[in-house]
Design a protein around this ligand. Structure first.
Ligand SMILES: [Zn+2]
Length: 200
């Protein structure tokens, strides 16, 4: 007797047996109608391309100034690292840790893990620790808040405009590009495909 694999609904936890889908078909939960899985061409190539592009933009975002300020002829620039260090030195350790964690550390972890998982998949291989890494990725992802950070910088721009001449640095544009790339990478990345390969 062939036992069909079981899948738990991510919305209501109802366990259901998986069935084969027609091309581009979708399976919905019997109870809450949430989409359980789809049949579509693997998006792992697109996800990998977007993640590598995101890595390049992330490196630029951390290496170049995020903002330039000109007050009475004095021009100063600051990178994200400068901002975190200044917050720390000025006694705002909690804010410094929060910015460093959500805008620097977690996006770096998210991008590294995605590349670590997707690159072997490109060569039809599965990374050894795929299952724990997938779990860790799901835990880390909500803490990656580059969009909140960019929004915060834009609000600061508006507030500072009447005090100084404010210019967006290369890093801010890089962060702006990083956000849609990570969204596309995460939308194209199908953990189901990886999970199925990892668990045989
Ligand atoms: Zn459900």
């Amino acid at each position: 007797m062939v036992t069909l694999p079981v899948i738990a609904c991510h919305e209501c936890d109802l366990l259901q047996r998986k069935i084969a889908l027609p091309p581009r078909g979708r399976a919905r939960c019997r109870r809450c109608r949430a989409i359980l899985y789809r049949d579509y061409p693997p998006g792992s190539d697109r996800a990998l391309a977007c993640t590598i592009a995101a890595l390049m933009l992330f490196l630029i975002a951390n290496a170049y100034p995020i903002v330039g300020l000109e007050v009475q002829g004095n021009r100063q620039t600051a990178s994200l690292y400068d901002a975190v260090r200044t917050l720390w030195v000025e006694g705002r350790e909690d804010v410094a840790l929060l910015v460093g964690f959500t805008a620097m550390l977690t996006p770096a972890i998210e991008i590294s893990l995605l590349i670590y998982l997707l690159l072997p998949l490109k060569f039809n291989r599965v990374t050894e620790n795929t299952v724990p890494i997938l779990r860790f990725l799901q835990t880390v992802r909500p803490w990656s808040m580059t969009e909140v950070f960019v929004l915060g910088v834009l609000v600061a721009f508006v507030k500072l405009e009447h005090l100084a001449r404010v210019e967006a640095g290369i890093a801010l544009w890089a962060f702006g590009g990083l956000i849609p790339l990570l969204i596309i990478a995460s939308a194209s990345f199908d953990p189901e495909e990886l999970w199925a390969k990892a668990t045989g």
